[in-house]
Design a protein around this ligand. Structure first.
Ligand SMILES: [Zn+2]
Length: 137
């Protein structure tokens, strides 16, 4: 077989794989489409529901204050909204569904995220001499 021919076939396979990957991503998205843009808030430790910072002493659930999450939970329980809808709106981080075992890949990603978070906490914990940032607004 000519080298060109091999290269062409490889490219064809690569584009097929890309198509499959995007299909897979879409199917995952429909399950829990948390907006990518909202991760910035999560990174900054800002409550997704009330937009106030979540202080280190405060408990948080799925990217929101515990109290905010509980209020949201009540609304969901009263069928005023749905969990999925709030995830799509970026007001709740995707929750873990019971009974479904995470894949090895998911576990690996989660452990990487945890390592990342631990490093982030370390850098945050490092003493800073600069003045505190005042909240925007
Ligand atoms: Zn809140």
């Amino acid at each position: 077989m000519e080298h060109d021919e091999v290269a062409k076939q490889l490219l064809a396979i690569a584009s097929q794989l890309e198509a499959l990957a995007s299909q897979l991503a879409e199917s995952i998205d429909t399950e829990a489409a948390f907006p990518v843009s909202m991760w910035a808030k999560v990174d900054q430790g800002i409550c997704l529901i009330c937009d106030e910072p979540i202080l280190p002493i405060e408990k948080s659930m799925r990217g929101a204050h515990n109290r905010c999450y509980k209020q949201m939970r009540d609304k969901i329980n009263e069928k005023k909204t749905t969990d999925e809808k709030q995830v799509k709106l970026g007001r709740l981080l995707p929750g873990k569904k019971g009974g479904r075992k995470p894949s090895k890949t998911a576990l690996k990603v989660e452990s990487l995220i945890r390592e990342d978070a631990a490093q982030y906490e370390e850098t945050k914990a490092a003493p800073k001499k600069s003045a505190k940032k005042s909240p925007p607004g």
